[in-house]
Design a protein around this ligand. Structure first.
Ligand code: PRP
Length: 536
């Protein structure tokens, strides 16, 4: 019999679903069309080379690659904008003046299926070529807002940033020795994911000046009303490039005249091709980012056509999900805690800052508790799941050990090092162990990703044996040569005749925040953040 399974990460749509999605798409496309945009279509397959560039949205690892009969390496389109830029550079070579294009397409990316990820996404958007004024930028953003509102999504939060602010900061940092592209990229990733503890460490290691430290430290929190953010960002600006970026935000916001638009200078896009304004649109009540875009003049230069360009894409799948979903209570902040020691310490910390959960007791088997004010809700999950609950938005914030966060590689903001739950990651082995370079090292661990990354940086080839607990046993009974595990007091190692061979890194509890909740629940998130920070 033929298999009736479909691959992970793709879906069948029944006609009710399909009709609803199509209605959303049509409503959005109607607004684009009414604004003078005309629809185009680029192919599903493209040459790999088109996307094999540092400035590409998707890492090459996440692209679906195909070798055709002629031996050409191709990809399933992972991004909508780059093929359109290619098309404009070739088909509209001679064109001067404005080119207004719109699209409705599928893009394909390999995702982490454990998190219910998809590999096929629907996207609708516009690309506007040949114009570059602040008014044009504002017009593009207002088309996105209008398209969403006319499709029934009214409660929006739009954030305006400018890629040049961070680029200007990089200019300033080159003077302090931050020159090579790799280090700059590392910094971009840290700022983009608001990994504050890592930023602090970076500033320390690179011995940055007090002024640069201040900017880097403030940048992830430079969001809020346009007026306030612009004033603060201008104060922090280290050069004209940064000042001009602030100026552009003020002008675009003025041209937009929309009070629901706020500023975020800390939007550091993963897309290097953005070269000016960047914006993001969130649905406030379901807490998801449904659209993003920006100015990407430099991308066109790559294709040999020097024309300005800007555009955006709306995520149709997320809009459809939001359309179908029940919305949670926008006033309550859901906090994920991993059952166990960190949860106990966190409950103590919360009590210290005056957040009390009257029904809570360590012995209770209940999993959800509300605080006395009704502002906070604690959700007890398994420690290894805290990252996924926060990444997917089921919880707004969470407390997680750095060990678990590194292993899960959850896509969340890592805001505070809470300074408790301290221990280290280490390679450990029975006393007297010596590496035998001729043999492949067998490593037992609960943390395969951490172990793999650690040994990979030294080019050591290892065999990983994934164990779920009591890892110390593995080398004692011959299952492995060494272990990679957390060590707190060192008692477990000692009592089993093991010792640390190499420390890997320090660990402590981290306060993490869902990317959208950081903005859609801005006040309660920053209130809790400040309370926890004060007690550091
Ligand atoms: C952790 C870790 C070590 C131990 C380290 O285990 O895996 O075994 O704690 O602490 P120590 O240095 O203070 O002895 P956990 O208690 O989580 O149990 P598990 O090994 O069954 O996962």
């Amino acid at each position: 019999m033929i298999s009736n399974f479909i691959p992970e990460g793709v879906e069948d749509l029944n006609y009710e679903q399909y009709e609803r999605i199509t209605a959303i798409e049509n409503s959005i496309l109607d607004v684009f069309r009414a604004s003078g945009f005309r629809q185009i279509k680029t192919p599903t397959f493209e040459y790999f080379d088109l996307f094999d560039d540092e400035g590409t949205a998707v890492s090459t690892e996440d692209m679906y690659k195909i070798v055709d009969n002629g031996g050409h390496l191709m990809v399933l389109k992972p991004d909508a904008t780059i093929p359109i830029a290619r098309m404009v550079a070739t088909h509209y070579k001679e064109a001067s003046g404005e080119i207004k294009l719109m699209y409705n397409t599928n893009v394909y990316r390999s995702m982490d299926f454990r998190a219910g990820g998809k590999r096929e996404f629907r996207q609708a958007g516009i690309e506007y070529f040949g114009v570059s004024s602040y008014e044009n930028d504002a017009e593009i953003i207002s088309i996105a807002i209008r398209a969403l509102k006319e499709t029934g999504f009214h409660d929006l939060k739009t954030e305006l940033g400018n890629a040049e602010y961070f680029n200007g900061l990089l200019d300033a940092l080159t003077v302090e020795g931050i020159r090579d592209a790799e280090t700059q990229e590392t910094l971009r990733t840290m700022v983009e994911a608001k990994r504050i503890p890592a930023i602090d460490q970076f500033c320390e290691e690179k011995n940055l000046s007090a002024r640069s430290r201040l900017v880097l430290r403030e940048l992830p929190f430079l969001y809020g009303s346009v007026e306030e953010v612009a004033a603060k960002a201008a104060d922090l600006a280290l050069n004209d490039r940064m000042k001009n970026a602030v100026d552009s935000i003020i002008r675009i916001a003025a041209a937009l005249g929309d009070e629901s638009v706020s500023a975020d200078m800390g939007i550091v896009s993963r897309l290097e091709y953005y070269s000016g304004m960047i914006f993001r649109i969130y649905l406030r009540n379901s807490g998801v980012m449904v659209g993003s875009g920006g100015r990407y003049d430099s991308l066109m230069t790559r294709f040999g056509k020097h024309i300005p360009a800007a555009g955006f894409g709306l995520n149709i799948d997320l809009l459809y999900e939001a359309d179908q979903a029940e919305t949670g209570d926008p006033e309550v902040l859901n906090i994920a805690l991993g059952k166990g020691r960190l949860a106990d310490l966190t409950m103590e910390r919360l009590a210290e800052v005056g957040i009390v959960f009257p029904d809570y007791s360590k012995k209770s088997r209940k999993l959800i508790f509300e605080d006395s004010t009704g502002k906070y809700r604690i959700i007890f999950v398994k420690a290894v799941d805290v990252g996924i609950y926060v990444e997917k938005g089921a919880c707004d914030v969470g407390v997680i050990g750095r060990d678990t966060l590194l292993e899960s590689a959850s896509d969340v903001f890592e805001i505070i090092d809470l300074q408790y739950g301290k221990c280290i990651f280490a390679v450990a082995a029975p006393k007297g162990f010596r590496y035998d370079r001729k043999k492949k090292l067998r490593v037992a661990t609960k943390y395969p990703r951490v172990a793999k990354d650690y040994f990979a940086q030294y080019g050591r080839s290892i065999e990983i044996i994934k164990i779920n607990g009591s890892v110390e046993l593995a080398p004692l009974v011959g299952l492995s040569d060494v272990i990679v595990d957390i060590v707190e007091t060192g008692n477990t190692l000692r009592e089993n005749g093991l010792e640390v061979v190499e420390p890997i890194t320090d660990i402590s509890a981290r306060f993490i925040v869902n990317r959208a909740s950081m903005k859609t629940k801005e006040n309660p998130v920053s209130e809790l953040m400040n309370l926890l920070k004060e007690r550091k």
